[in-house]
Write a protein that binds this ligand. Structure first.
Ligand code: CA
Length: 222
């Protein structure tokens, strides 16, 4: 993971940075809140650790700016201010987790990992439609909680369709997605994969409808 540590206390910043590096993460550190939004935007961090008491601005302002920009990054707030109202306020401003200083480094690492996992499973990494879930990182598909076996081609077709639920996806688009590894496909290949998928989706409440002359659409079954 790429982690941005925003902390002005050199002892804490040093310890946190070193612990993260030893755990295999790539870490950048800044003492000030001012440049945070821009660097998160530019450098694609996976997670930020944010102190609230920064020399140039309140960490909560940084947090508010990050959320206002809709930057999809989990934020672990670390703070010495242990007053309960600050804690509640911090979480309401969009912190994903919160730790009061002093904290144990192994606990911080555990929380960092948990946040990252949670983020992957709820945001970028999961395509859901009704009872059907595709988990992109692990390439696991489930239907009504049961594991669904999908060979690569069927997965690719279903991924195309689930990304555009209730919209028509043309056969050409699906063909292009399938041909990305360079292998040419026969004309009716897409039809074959679709018919296999239909068999697997039977009675699930989800169906693949043929839109004559255009392509296919994933939708709720009638
Ligand atoms: Ca501080």
């Amino acid at each position: 993971m790429r982690v941005l540590v925003v902390e002005d206390d050199p002892t804490i910043a040093g310890a946190v940075t070193e612990a993260l590096r030893l755990a295999g993460h790539e870490v950048d550190h800044t003492e000030r809140g001012g440049p945070v939004v821009r660097s998160v935007e530019k450098d694609h961090y996976d997670l930020a650790i944010l102190d609230l008491g920064l020399p140039d601005m309140d960490g909560l302002v940084v947090l508010r700016e990050l959320r206002a920009m809709k930057l999809p990054i989990p934020v672990l707030v670390i703070t010495a201010r242990d007053a309960i109202e600050d804690r509640v306020r911090g979480l309401e401003e969009g912190a994903d987790d919160y730790m009061i200083k002093p904290f144990a480094l192994p606990e911080m690492l555990a929380r960092v990992n948990a946040l990252h996992r949670r983020w992957l499973s709820t945001r970028g990494d999961r395509l859901v439609n009704g009872a059907l879930i595709l988990e992109l990182a692990s390439r696991r598909a489930t239907l009504s909680g049961e594991s669904l076996e999908l060979p690569t081609r069927e997965w690719q077709v279903l991924e195309c369709l689930i990304r555009r639920v209730e919209k028509v996806v043309s056969k050409e688009e699906i063909n292009t997605a399938l041909s990305q590894d360079g292998e040419a496909l026969s004309d009716n290949a897409v039809e074959v994969y679709v018919s296999r998928l239909r068999a697997k989706l039977e009675h699930s409440g989800i169906e693949i409808r043929t839109v004559r002359g255009f392509g296919y659409m994933l939708e709720a079954a009638d």
